[in-house]
Design a protein around this ligand. Structure first.
Ligand code: PDD
Length: 286
């Protein structure tokens, strides 16, 4: 069955959706995006994603043409029309097009392009990756310096995924000045005893919406949280490691550059945080 997608005010079968070849998202990667997970047909942390989207637009001086309420309506309509139970909604806003290619931005009143589509993920909760754990490799972080803005410039993270695949691993953790920044599409954590360690917020990493929720739940569960940099060596010697994202929730990491982390099996802290995250997210999804 073809999906119903949303493009600039219209709900259309995916085959009929069209965007200009001059769209700056296509020509310049001049666009931002959000991925919101859907559990039991409801949106997880929609508010968090909407606030980060507003910030991304503001940081890039892109027009805010849609209210949070408009976006919530479109998200819900797409989830309903595509009968999504567990899965995600992808949203992208680009600076649009004034009908030609130019490095300078188009006139300020040029409408942005808004596209949304859904993906059904029946294995979102009972994911094989969560049961087995992920193997990651470390690679140099070669992205631009504003990783706090969720732009669609994803070529280097895609290359990182391919490097991981070529090495027989699942994902890559990126490293800058000797410290892990984040995974190709997730935030990175290690666990030592009762302490969860994850890189502090700055322009060097995306401010994960899942990260914020998980750190809150961890503190509520009396775990200690340290927001600081860590090296690959420290991660390899940790008791556990894990990642978080809207699509992976909390997923354990069991191997880094061929070295087992802890027992080499998914750890109990990651498992517990995953359970708490899913349970609490179900309660407050909208
Ligand atoms: N990626 N860091 C990076 C580089 C990311 O791309 C993502 C999310 C995260 C986690 O953020 P959040 O918890 O808000 O999903 C961290 C999404 C899922 C993606 O690109 O598909």
């Amino acid at each position: 069955m073809s999906r119903i997608v949303y493009v600039n005010g219209e709900y259309l079968p995916e085959e009929e959706a069209k965007i200009s070849i001059f769209d700056r998202g296509f020509l310049m990667a001049d666009g931002v995006y959000e991925v919101t997970s859907v559990l039991d047909g409801k949106l997880v942390d929609f508010d968090g994603h909407a606030v980060r989207l507003e910030r991304s637009l503001r940081e890039l001086e892109m027009n805010q043409d849609f209210s949070k309420e408009d976006l919530l309506t479109i998200h819900r309509e797409l989830v309903a029309r595509n009968e999504i139970v567990d899965g995600l909604v992808y949203l992208q806003i680009t600076r649009g097009s004034d009908g030609d290619r130019d490095f300078a931005y188009p006139a300020a009143d040029t409408p942005t392009t808004l596209v949304l589509f859904t993906q059904s993920k029946p294995a979102l909760v009972s994911s094989p990756a969560a049961e087995k754990g992920l193997k990651v490799i470390s690679i140099e972080d070669q992205r631009w310096a504003r990783r706090d803005i969720k732009t669609v410039q994803l070529l280097y993270p895609s290359m990182g995924k391919m490097m991981a695949k070529a090495a027989g691993a699942d994902d890559a953790w990126m490293v800058e000045d000797g410290a892990v920044t984040e995974g190709t599409s997730n935030n990175a954590y290690i666990v030592k005893g009762n302490t969860i360690i994850t890189r502090h917020l700055s322009n060097d990493i995306l401010h994960g919406i899942t990260r914020a929720a998980v750190l809150r739940f961890a503190a509520e569960a009396q775990m200690k949280v340290e927001e600081r940099s860590f090296t690959v060596e420290e991660a390899q010697g940790a008791d556990e490691a894990f990642i978080t994202s809207a699509t992976m929730f909390v997923t354990p990491v069991v191997e880094i550059d061929g070295r087992a982390v802890g027992t080499g099996k998914p750890g109990s802290v990651a498992g517990r945080l995953r359970d708490i995250y899913i349970e609490e997210s179900r309660k407050v999804a909208v």
